[in-house]
Structures are given as C-alpha cells and as structure tokens.
Design a protein around this ligand. Structure first.
Ligand SMILES: Cc1cc2nc3c(=O)[nH]c(=O)nc-3n(C[C@H](O)[C@H](O)[C@H](O)COP(=O)(O)O)c2cc1C
Length: 198
C-alpha cells in the first residue's frame, strides 16, 4: 500500500484555508487509491526545530565519530528525512507568509534535506534520491498573486522538490483568501475536483 505524507504548515487549526482544502484532497486521494496516511503538523511537531551548531556539526561528522550530543541533535532530522524519503506521495498545505513559506515549513525543509537520505552529491552537483514520487501542493495567499514577482513560494517549492528528485508536482493555488475568499474556495475546490488521481 502506498504512503501519503500530509504536511500542514499553517499554525491556524480551526480557520485554516489550506487545512480545509487539504482535507478535501486527502479524502479524494484516499478514496481513489488506498493509502496509508501519515501526518506532520509542523507548528505542533516537537521534531521541527531550528537546531543549533551541534546539529550542523552532526550532519558533517561520520556516524561512527559523532558525539552523543551530535547524535541527539540530528535524531529528529534522521526521523523526518527518512519518513519523507519513504513516502510515495506528499500533500503539502502551504500558507504564504511574507512572500515565502512559513518558518515552520522552512525549518522542516532544512531538516529533511539530508545527504544520503534525500539527495547525494554527484560530480559537484546534487542529485535527488527520491524517484517515482508525486507531490500535491496547496498554496494559499491573502492577496499576493501567485506566479507573480512577489511569489517566492511556488518557485521555491518547485526547486526544492526537484532538488530531492520529485518532479511530478500538482500545484493547487488559492490566491486572495483575504479579499475574495468565497470565489477562491470555489476555484480551488474545482481544481481539486479536476485533478487526475492515479
Ligand atoms: C504572518 C502572516 C504573513 C502573511 N504574509 C502574506 C503575504 O506575504 N502575502 C499574502 O498574500 N498573504 C499573506 N498572509 C495571508 C495568508 O497567506 C492567508 O491568510 C492564508 O490563507 C493563510 O493560510 P491558512 O488559512 O491555511 O492559515 C500572511 C498571513 C500571516 C498570518
């Protein structure tokens, strides 16, 4: 059975637009092909931290030479990166915060970007280790137009996912949740409905 990893990155729980839409898409994904669903709710996950010097040093120290402090400092990253690498599909729920992803999602991306787990180095350039994966990315903004010069979310997530090897990406975009919520939701739900799920 395939594993769907759902990644929420809004601190809002009851009123979050991205969570609401991710619920709808998750239901479709589960109904149309059976999947085990795992969840990471980034603002409420104790493994998602900014880390410290020990973590960085732990990343660059061979396992057998790591100190106990370094081992502890990278344990959360090991768990999250391995979980990410083992999933088959991803459902990201992403609010735009100050033109980019929220801090918790950036922290998570820093934690899952790991040599030997999600990417490796080729001859001087990185090679993504994740193959045959699919990502669904729901992005909501209050008013900043997506795909405009002010949108650093879409290109950033595309580059990051490509970097780890994920090239099959469906973006569901919900612009203007502050100014035109009703129509934004209608459009986003239609986009979810029209997705081809394999
Ligand atoms: C701290 C913060 C920063 C935000 N920055 C932007 C922004 O740069 N551009 C924008 O269009 N909306 C911005 N918004 C609005 C959110 O993107 C919008 O409300 C979105 O629906 C939030 O997703 P959620 O409903 O899942 O929490 C911001 C909201 C917050 C709380």
């Amino acid at each position: 059975m395939k594993t769907l990893l759902r990644i929420d990155s809004s601190p809002r729980t009851k009123t979050s637009i991205t969570r609401q839409l991710a619920d709808i898409l998750q239901e479709r994904l589960e109904n149309e092909s059976s999947k085990t669903v795992q969840k990471r709710d980034l603002y409420y996950d104790e493994l998602v931290t900014f880390g410290n010097e020990d973590r960085i040093n732990g990343y660059f120290t061979p396992e057998e030479q790591q100190t106990d402090i370094q081992k502890t400092a990278i344990a959360g990253s090991n768990t999250l990166a391995t979980e990410f690498a083992q999933a088959d599909e991803y459902l990201f729920a992403v609010p735009m915060y100050n033109f980019n992803v929220s801090a918790a999602l950036k922290a998570y991306i820093d934690l899952i970007s790991r040599v030997g787990i999600t990417f490796k180095y080729g001859e001087g350039f990185p090679i993504g280790l994740l193959e045959n994966k699919k990502a669904y990315v729901i992005i909501a903004t209050g008013g900043t137009p997506l795909d405009s010069d002010y949108d650093f979310v879409t290109p950033y997530l595309r580059v990051f996912l490509n970097f780890v090897g994920i090239t099959d990406i469906e973006f569901i975009k919900v612009a203007s949740t502050n100014t035109n919520l009703e129509q934004s939701l209608i459009d986003a739900k239609a986009a979810i409905n029209n997705l081809k799920i394999s």
